[in-house]
Design a protein around this ligand. Sequence first.
Ligand code: EPU
Length: 349
Amino acid sequence: MGLVRLADTPLRGLNTFGIDARARLLWRLESLDDLPQLHQALRDDARSGHPQPPLVLGGGSNLLIADDPQQPIVQMALRGIRIVGDDGKSVIVQAAAGEAWDPLIRWTLSQGLAGLENLALIPGTVGAAPIQNIGAYGVELRDCFESLDAINLVSGTARSFSADDCAFGYRDSVFKHADGENWLVTSVRLRLSRTADLKLDYGEIRAELTDAHIVAPTPTNVADAVSRIRRRKLPDPAVIGNAGSFFKNPLIETELAAALSAREPGLPCWPSGGQVKVSAAWMIERCGFKGMRVGDAGVHERHALVLVNHGHARGSDILALARQIRGAVETRFGIRLEAEPMVVGAAQL
Ligand code: EPU
């Protein structure tokens, strides 16, 4: 297939926010055999004085492009899913980084493998999943993560990362920090189970199963239930541009959460590793932003944590609205929200 090189190329179809930016230079990596060529091309680009490091693009579902990126873009398009280990109880599935996440889940379910069902319908690719330790409905990627392979785009070295190496946290991993920069994830291995240990306690999963008259759910039933809940609550990026939750739910100290709850009755709080996670959506809604629209940048009408592009918003329009929201939440609640998606460009939140 070869390494595909595209100059001055539109990015609108490559980011789920639907931001109409352009890439100076983009390489699409379709085969591992092309890595040496990609590495050389990146070195040449750096020598010509262009800004680095390269930006790795998967499904573009966790990204806000604030300006036209001047650094080169590597679009991950490696494909392939296979079973690489089986001890009769657990099975290791290896998926190439360019595979789409939800179809991977459906493939594992079709093989009778449980573990990923609560993570159904999360947009994006396999390679992006460990970067922010994707999570939903009481499960995170780290719960079934085995290891991953990556290539350093600057040095050209290849290595595997264990779960410990990845340093997973809430929507966080080593790859979001300076010491994990420049790694291109090429494949991810997941440890799945032939016997289901279903996690049904989060949110509306049980109610959704009951409504569907399911008393003894299978992993596929759970994936279907989660998918229905997500479709109801979250906007489909194919219909209206968005990157899922725009802010993380803040983690605060227990005493602060107690004081805040006394002042703001109804604030949803969940204990989390010795701290308390508070609902960013609730705070944003209380500040009056739910359903708000400023030009084509808006806050979704069904979920206050999701910023949307109603058509032709620029990245800077979304960023301006995000700053307004962050300021209002900080003034009322004394908590500074953090963006969940990566912001590309000179301007940051
Ligand atoms: N809520 C509001 N107003 C709203 C929406 C929600 O007050 O407009 C309240 C709800 O009443 C509920 C609470 O906020 O008590 C939590 O809402 P929800 O269950 O929708 O979850 P979330 O905390 O907003 C997180 C993840 C989602 C994930 C869901 C389900 C983050 C940043 N987001 O959202 O992940 O799907 O839980 O597990 O942790 C994503 O990361 O892009 C994402 C969509």
